[in-house]
Design a protein around this ligand. Structure first.
Ligand SMILES: C[S@@+](CC[C@H](N)C(=O)[O-])C[C@H]1O[C@@H](n2cnc3c(N)ncnc32)[C@H](O)[C@@H]1O
Length: 303
């Protein structure tokens, strides 16, 4: 993983941990309980893998079997986990999408003319990048290789899938420096935003395909949606599309989908898995920012 990418993830995580966590109690209790259940159900004779392990704020490492490995591209994640849990676990610091290096390189190529090094104006650079991104194919090769080598019995994804798109945006912004890559007029559709959403979807599909192909028990927790604004927010029955689960509709709220339309539960079932446990709740991250969190446990169907 390159230095700029490591730095970016470290800054993201530092900003996350610096937020006011006073109202996070109910979320932390539920996420720890769900991931703790996965760790306790894991076969201790087989390796366990925790993806998006971060600083361990959400991960009850005290319940993790001896052969548990953490995976997070933030270079400080392991040290922070040691400080929080006194647990020095084996760790992998690779990019889970396998595509951020290529994305950063494409963004730098779009920003500066390779022959002169001269910077293009931001709008031209953004359009150029929007034309390059559809050719990028994020491939989680490092994750696949690790799984093939270690054959984990249980894999936890601890709030990382919903981060892929946000981190991709930060990578692009990093290449643009002080200029903004995003279209100024909010009403106009932004080709770069659309291209990055499609990139995120490819990254998520490839990631999930790697997990479902691993043969491991999966305990996945992720942001199903993010609602901005002060309007009321409550959850109705499970439904597809997920916005239909928001009771009373979405009036007064701006709702975004970090999973770019991916229905994780449907993808698990389509892969022949047995989803034996599902849960959802609202996480009030900040006064006007609420996340719908989805927790899904599945095992390969008995064959
Ligand atoms: C919301 S935080 C999860 C917090 C974590 N579960 C904890 O208990 O502290 C998301 C984590 O995913 C990591 N991450 C985001 N994108 C990543 C990627 N492409 N590859 C590897 N790690 C990534 C971040 O560094 C961050 O630690």
């Amino acid at each position: 993983m390159s230095k700029p990418l490591s730095r970016l993830l470290r800054l993201e995580q530092t900003a996350f941990l610096a937020r006011d966590r006073a109202a996070w109690g109910p979320h932390l209790a539920r996420v720890r309980s769900f991931l703790g259940e996965g760790l306790q159900a894991a076969d201790p004779a087989r390796p366990v893998l925790i993806l998006g392990a971060g600083s361990g704020l959400e991960v009850p490492w005290g319940l993790a079997p001896a052969r548990t490995t953490g995976w997070d591209a933030d270079p400080w994640s392991r040290a922070r986990t040691v400080l929080r849990h006194r647990r020095w676990a084996p760790w992998v610091f690779e990019d889970l999408t396998g595509g951020l290096e290529d994305l950063g390189a494409a963004a730098r190529r779009a920003v500066a003319e390779p022959w002169s090094g001269r910077h293009r104006d931001p709008q031209t650079a953004a359009l150029r990048l929007a034309g390059l991104v559809p050719f990028l194919r994020p491939d989680p090769a490092a994750l696949r290789t690790w799984i093939e080598a270690h054959r984990p019995g249980t894999i936890l994804a601890a709030n990382v899938m919903g981060q892929f798109g946000a981190v991709a945006e930060r990578v692009v912004e990093g290449a643009f420096g002080k200029a903004s890559p995003w279209a100024v007029e909010a009403e106009r559709s932004d080709p770069l935003v659309e291209a990055l959403e499609a990139w995120t979807r490819r990254a998520l599909d490839a990631f999930l395909e790697t997990l479902t192909g691993s043969g491991a028990a999966l305990w996945l927790i992720h942001d199903r949606g993010v609602a901005f604004g002060p309007g009321p927010l409550d959850l109705g029955p499970w439904a597809d599309p997920w916005t239909a689960q928001l009771r009373g509709g979405v009036e007064g709220l701006e709702v975004s989908d970090p999973l770019t339309g991916l229905d994780v539960g449907a993808a698990l079932r389509a892969a022949g898995r047995d989803p034996h446990r599902q849960d959802r709740w609202i996480w009030s991250l900040a006064p006007d920012q609420r996340h719908v969190v989805e927790a899904l446990a599945s095992r390969p169907a008995a064959g």
